[in-house]
Each structure stands twice: as C-alpha cells, then as structure tokens.
Design a binder for this molecule. Sequence first.
Ligand SMILES: Cc1cc2nc3c(=O)[nH]c(=O)nc-3n(C[C@H](O)[C@H](O)[C@H](O)COP(=O)(O)O)c2cc1C
Length: 324
Amino acid sequence: MKTAITEMFGIEHPIIQGGMHYVGLAEMAAAVSNAGGLGIITGLTQKTPADLANEIARCRDMTDKPFGVNLTFLPTVNAPDYPGYVRAIVEGGVKVVETAGNNPQAVLPHLKDAGIRVIHKCTSVRHALKAQSIGCDAVSVDGFECGGHPGEDDVPNFILLPRAADELEIPFVSSGGMADGRSLVASLAFGAAGMNMGTRFIATQEAPVHDNVKQAILAASELDTRLVMRPLRNTERVLTNDAVERLLEKERALGADLKFEDIIEEVAGVYPSIMREGEMDRGAWSCGMVAGLVYDIPTCGELIDRIMQQASDIIDRMDGLRRA
Ligand SMILES: Cc1cc2nc3c(=O)[nH]c(=O)nc-3n(C[C@H](O)[C@H](O)[C@H](O)COP(=O)(O)O)c2cc1C
C-alpha cells in the first residue's frame, strides 16, 4: 500500500511503532522495520547521548530498513541533554524523528538541516496546526483512547481524526486505539495516511519486555485502563494495578492539594522494574484501551502482514458493496 507516509519515510506499509519508554529498544524498532513498518527507538530511555548512539548502531546491525528515534519533551526539573541526543541522531544517520510532548521548535532546525523528516505526535488539532506551521513534515494524531499521555482535551479519534483531516495540509497518521486492519481502513477513511501503534506492539514476540507485561495486556479488557495525574494536568492512561488504585486514592483524598511528590513512589523510575523485571504492581505504566483488542502475541511480521491482509479484504468487500 502506497500513501503519503510510506513515500515520505521509505517504508512498505503505513504502520508506525510509536516511541515507548523502556520498550522502544533496538530490538523492537528493528523488528517493526524488518516487517515493513517504521520502528522507533525511544531516545530518552537511553541514559546519555552516547548510549543512544550505541542503540542506533545496534539497530542498524539488526536492520537495513529505515527506522526512527523518538524525542519526548516533557516538563522536568533537570532537562535531558537534548542537543546531545540530537547530535547522536544526526551522526547516527537516522532519517526520521518522532517528537512528542512540548513544542519541538528548538531542535527542528538541526534535524531539518540534516535532512531528517520529523513527525510530531500531538493530541489536538491546534497542536497539529502548530507543528505544521513550524515545519514538521507530518503529524501523529493521538486520540483520547491512547496509551500514555492523551492531553487534557479528551477528544476521541472518531472526532479528532476527521477534524485533523479538515484542517491539516501535511500528512498525518492516526494514533491511539489502533490494533488491526479495521483500524487501518478506518484511519484511511478519516483522511489519515497510515497509523501509529503503541500498546499493540508491546504484545509481540520481539518486544524486549518481560513476559508478564505481554500477558497483562493480553488479559486486560478495554475497561482496565485508568487516567492518572489528571489533577497535575499531566494526564497519563495506564493499566490498572494495586499501585495505580493507591495513586488514585491519594488523588481523591488530596484533591487540589495533590503534588507530584505525593505520588512519586507510584510513578517515578518505575519502568525498569516493570518492563525488565515484570514486577507488574510496582507502579503506573502506560497502556491504551486497545488492550481490549489484543488477543495474541504474534511476531511483528505476522502482525503487520495480518493487518495489511485484513485491510485489503475490507477494501475489497467495500468495493463489492459499491458495485452491488
Ligand atoms: C508503555 C508505553 C510507553 C510509552 N512511552 C512513550 C514515550 O516515552 N514517548 C512518547 O512520545 N510516547 C510514548 N508512548 C505513547 C505511544 O508512542 C503511542 O503514542 C501510544 O501508545 C498510542 O496509543 P495506543 O497505545 O492505543 O496504540 C508510550 C506508550 C506506551 C504504551
């Protein structure tokens, strides 16, 4: 399938694996890229720019297909060494960067000068338009269903995607709640040129996380995610567990007085224990409602081939309907 996104990124299928903390390692990105999608290494999971350079080199050893790097701009007290990470990306010869979080304007000139394509992930039409106006090549439109940070507007993809299509001139992909060929055809119907998946890619053979994480997604239904950190205006959709319910209880008890320090135990630095050690109740970890649509743990190749086959079957069926 050829779309503006496959052409822009030089990939076979219009499917992107969004950056995921402690999941988007070289193994994950290479597996998705080898399957014809666009795999993405999560920049900030690497502690230093030198570590990121090493991860990029590892990925290149595992695939000769294009892959990207995610750079997430979150409000933090000690900002990461973004210029260093950008240098590692440029010197590593990476050709696609997925930015997310705050406005990526500060790094954009360096990336563009190096001929890198930038896709900015955002959760509202106004942020998508901003990304377009500062020179991003494409956007990933992340609906309220998504795993991770859905923003504060709570607009689901049935509205957000056609709204984006009505306003944007640059190509965009759908993100949040995407799982299968139905998701892809629906995304195309809404005007997207492809789709981005997070949660679905964690439940694959190659995802470099503990099996407990994959099994938790497999066992979860669409009712099992929670929104945490809402009172801090840093909302995150996570899979429920003991730590998350404790966190929510603190949010209820403290109300407007809640501070980040009150929930630090449940949210800060918990990813390594969860993703590597499989300690599922250690804290809050991002997961989308789409967990309810995850029924197996295929290889990335099987998953992407199945999505493309199902999409093609649906399109044929619709063509049949049109002729009937
Ligand atoms: C475990 C996990 C970690 C994530 N970490 C990041 C991150 O570090 N940076 C980022 O931009 N997005 C992150 N995301 C969001 C994904 O890139 C993607 O936008 C989202 O998962 C799409 O929604 P879906 O899970 O319904 O497919 C994360 C998502 C998950 C599930």
